[in-house]
Ligand binder design. Structure first.
Ligand code: NAD
Length: 287
């Protein structure tokens, strides 16, 4: 398939390269002109819209996604399917879905889980909202870039699933870090805590697969001086999106709110550029 890919950063570039490796004809575009890649990179965003059957965006936030859609949507062929894989707020997703609809185009919101490693290895999970026929057409492409694609419902459902999932992750990571902090302070061997909890009721992804303490369990960012992985900045962004949605929908999410404040504090106190599991040393070293 002929595919356009806009936003060739940490996530977008390996995703686009995986599509090309599978035999698709991919043309990429980014405002950063210093990108080295095996895919063809165009200097003009206008070229991306020409005869591509699917156009992916993987951009920082709703603001950039809306700007790109505003720029290209009326130039796209009507058979093109637009897929936004960025993590953005639901309001922006509805805006781009409506702009597309007005121009006769189908869109999908398809944010991902799995981070840069998942993007490189082609093991992302896609959570997808929008037109179901479009989902079925694009599913083979999701399967190239990921291990799982779940159709979640109407436009915005993919973003809703992403923010709810990451609220679980942010809260559970903080819970694991608190327990590891207490264990270390009261003299319990953290390897023993891991062995017990990863096989008991404390078991969860943040502990079993992404242990925030070094040299315990599988290799994680904790073993690389908390180099992300998934950065604390991105976790804060996702928790803020969840809190915005909670306020708008009058949902009671006290732990999500507290988790957001903890990541704000961590970023103000040395956590910039660190993985989101950096909460463990942050808590342990707190006076
Ligand atoms: P990134 O900053 O590495 O990449 C974004 C790219 O978009 C950059 O190359 C930038 O130059 C480009 N860009 C910005 N404005 C543009 C425009 N108007 N036109 C064309 N290109 C433009 O970010 P990333 O880590 O690749 O993340 C992208 C999205 O994926 C974000 O929404 C993020 O929340 C989400 N996400 C990231 C991760 C992760 O681990 N990095 C995991 C899951 C989801």
């Amino acid at each position: 398939m002929k595919i356009g890919f806009i936003g060739l950063g940490n996530m977008g570039l390996p995703m686009a390269e995986n599509l090309q490796k599978e035999g698709h004809e991919v043309t990429g575009f980014d405002i950063n002109k210093n990108i080295n890649s095996t895919i063809r990179i165009s200097n003009s965003i206008e070229e991306i819209v020409k005869s591509n059957k699917a156009i992916f965006t993987m951009l920082p936030s709703g603001k950039e996604v809306i700007a790109v859609y505003d720029e290209i949507i009326d130039k796209c062929e009507s058979s093109t399917i637009m897929i936004d894989c960025s993590t953005i707020d639901i309001k922006s997703t509805h805006i781009i879905s409506n702009i597309s609809k007005k121009n006769g185009l189908l869109t999908l919101d398809a944010p991902v889980s799995g981070g840069v490693v998942g993007a490189v290895d082609g093991t992302l999970t896609f959570m997808v909202g929008g037109d179901e026929r479009a989902f079925n057409k694009i599913k083979p492409l999701f399967e190239v870039m990921g291990k799982k694609a779940v159709y979640c419902g109407d436009s915005g459902s993919g973003q809703a699933a992403k923010m709810c999932n990451n609220m679980i992750l942010g809260i559970s990571m903080i819970g694991v870090c608190e327990s590891f902090t207490l264990a270390k302070k009261i003299g319990l061997d953290l390897k023993k805590l891991y062995e017990v909890s990863s096989n008991s009721s404390g078991s969860c992804w943040a502990l079993n697969t992404y242990c925030p303490a070094p040299e315990i369990g599988p290799e994680t960012p904790a073993d690389k001086n908390y180099l992300p992985g998934f950065s604390s900045e991105l976790m804060l962004k996702d928790l803020m999106l969840a809190q915005d949605a909670a306020i708008q929908s009058n949902s009671h999410t006290p732990l999500g709110n507290h988790a957001m404040k903890i990541y704000e504090e961590l970023l103000n106190e040395g956590g910039k550029g660190k993985d989101f599991s950096y909460v463990f040393p942050f808590f342990y070293n707190k006076k």
